[in-house]
Design a binder for this molecule. Structure first.
Ligand SMILES: Cc1cc2nc3c(=O)[nH]c(=O)nc-3n(C[C@H](O)[C@H](O)[C@H](O)COP(=O)(O)OP(=O)(O)OC[C@H]3O[C@@H](n4cnc5c(N)ncnc54)[C@H](O)[C@@H]3O)c2cc1C
Length: 483
């Protein structure tokens, strides 16, 4: 009875509009032009998954203002020698980063251990520094347990496993496309909107306040009471620390090349306007070397970069919220020397840990011990042939050459230095409304995912989701979509 009524209504509508065709789903033969702005993990993944989910239906152009693919996944060569690549941005990922791991396997890339393994048998792996001395030093496998007790450690990790387990369900077949990130997040409350901060989730033990907080400062330039539970979970969870031999950005370069997209490097997009006559998006861009401004029309545009850092003039009635990003400097340098223990409040002859986390010792400029303020200080590699250690230091302020020398005995020779200012990740404060993936009709913004959790994998997941949203809009059945 009900079916008959529906059929009757449909026939009546067809009679009234005999030449109308369904307003949804484009005809299958019609190519859809897509501009992807930004070839970081998010944009590369969008292009890659559009090809995976949509085949040859999409003509994708990727615009990237840098001369390389990877975005904040950036590699530099120590001593300008490509035998010695080092990550200047995103450095590690874990086993549970399924998209990255699948891509590494598919593209035949080699994985290396992202953790530094010190050849010095007396090396101390980790310490937490409070600006004057070390509040925790890991001398062996039992140090954490002895310092903090086993219960808070187990409780913290089991909570983290639970939280990450909830998130990993998003990878189940049929979950993508995620139409509403806010609604899905609200179901499990992974950004701790009510408890507000990570301590609400992980408790108030000294393990959390010293070690976990040190880790959140390394990973997100935020202390434990200043970050969402999900942000803290990303620093705690998972197994293994991996990197791609030669640089993580190769994953994204391969994604773009497998997408068959037209990649335009050193090409900056300057404006995106809706053309009211063609109903397309007019993208204006210029290529650095020829300095010629060009315009091309696209059916869809994906802004795969933090919106307010793109410099693009965008004709959008409801732009995304202007989310604050952290600011930090990464300084990488080489020297044959190890740090001077007396500068870190240690006795002469004691080993300065290879990896130093910090507590939130709340000062600017210099520590009580006279060192430049830093968020983390790490030996990340040892160049055997040159007998040089490679150091990476995260600071809020620019670390000058004399600041670098301050970590070492007088007269130490620093053999190579590079530094870069980053807006590395958003301030990960509690959030309930992430905004829309589709900011305007056909204009997508995967970076809303960054406030949920900011890393290469979440950016790649966001790119895959935007691709899934698009193919769903064009009539593809997405129930079988698998990452
Ligand atoms: C120091 C540092 C350490 C990090 N550590 C880790 C880590 O260990 N593990 C991890 O997983 N993640 C880490 N991250 C985070 C990770 O790099 C980011 O989450 C990820 O790169 C975000 O990807 P995205 O594609 O959204 O943005 P991005 O990587 O920023 O890519 C955006 C791209 O858009 C381009 N672009 C912007 N505007 C324009 C324009 N107008 N025209 C053309 N192109 C434009 C940019 O040049 C850039 O290449 C780190 C980041 C930094 C900076």
């Amino acid at each position: 009875m009900r079916l008959l009524a529906v059929l009757a209504a449909t026939c009546a509508a067809a009679a009234a509009f005999p030449h109308s065709r369904p307003p949804f789903h484009r005809p299958r033969h019609e190519k859809i032009d897509v501009a992807v702005i930004g070839a970081g993990p998010g944009g590369s993944s969008t292009a890659y998954y559009l090809k995976q989910f949509g085949g040859s239906r999409y003509d994708v152009t990727v615009f990237e203002r840098n001369d390389y693919v990877g975005g904040r996944s950036t590699t530099v060569n120590i001593h300008d020698d490509d035998d010695y690549p080092v990550e200047l941005g995103a450095s590690i990922f874990i086993t549970e980063n399924y998209i990255l791991q699948a891509a590494v396997a598919k593209f035949g890339l080699d994985l290396v251990d992202g953790d530094f393994s010190d050849p010095d048998p007396n090396a101390v792996p980790l310490g937490v520094f409070n600006g004057r001395n070390f509040t925790f030093v890991e001398v062996d496998d039992y140090s954490v347990e002895e310092a903090f007790g086993i219960d808070p450690v187990l409780a913290t990790y089991s909570t983290a496993d639970y939280v990450v387990g909830q998130f990993l369900q998003w990878y189940n077949p049929g979950v993508l496309p995620i139409a509403d990130l806010s609604a899905l997040n609200a179901a499990s409350n992974l950004t701790q909107a009510t408890g507000q901060y990570a301590t609400g989730l992980y408790g108030n033990s000294s393990f959390v306040n010293v070690l976990v907080s040190g880790a959140t400062r390394v990973n997100y330039a935020s202390s434990i009471d200043d970050i969402t539970g999900m942000g803290a979970t990303l620093t705690l969870s998972g197994s293994g620390d991996y990197a791609v031999a030669g640089g993580n950005r190769q994953i994204f370069k391969k994604m773009v090349s497998h997408s068959d997209a037209d990649l335009k490097l050193e090409t900056t997009v300057v404006s995106v306007y809706r053309n009211n006559i063609t109903k397309k998006w007019d993208v204006t861009y210029w290529k650095q070397d020829d300095r010629e401004i060009k315009i091309k029309s696209f059916d869809r545009v994906v802004v795969a970069a933090p919106w307010y850092q793109t410099g693009i003039i965008m004709d959008v009635a409801n732009p995304p919220e202007n989310v604050p990003y952290r600011e930090l400097w990464v300084t990488i340098f080489t020297t044959r020397a190890r740090p001077d223990p007396t500068r870190f409040g240690l006795a002469r002859g004691e080993m300065v840990p290879d990896s130093i986390f910090t507590n939130d010792f709340g000062f600017t400029g210099y520590t009580a011990a006279g060192l430049p303020q830093f968020l983390s200080f790490n030996i990340v590699d040892y160049l055997k042939e040159k007998h040089e250690y490679v150091y990476k230091v995260f600071t809020y302020q620019n670390l000058s050459d004399s600041d670098v020398r301050a970590f070492f005995a007088n007269g130490t020779k620093i053999t190579w230095t590079t530094r870069k200012f980053w807006n590395p990740y958003p301030v990960l404060s509690p959030v309930t409304d992430f905004g829309a993936w589709e900011v305007a009709d056909g204009l997508y913004y995967p970076s809303i995912m960054e406030r949920f959790g900011s890393c290469m994998e979440t950016a790649a997941l966001a790119g895959a989701n935007v691709a899934a949203l698009m193919v769903a809009k064009d009539g593809t059945n997405t129930t079988a979509i698998e990452l």
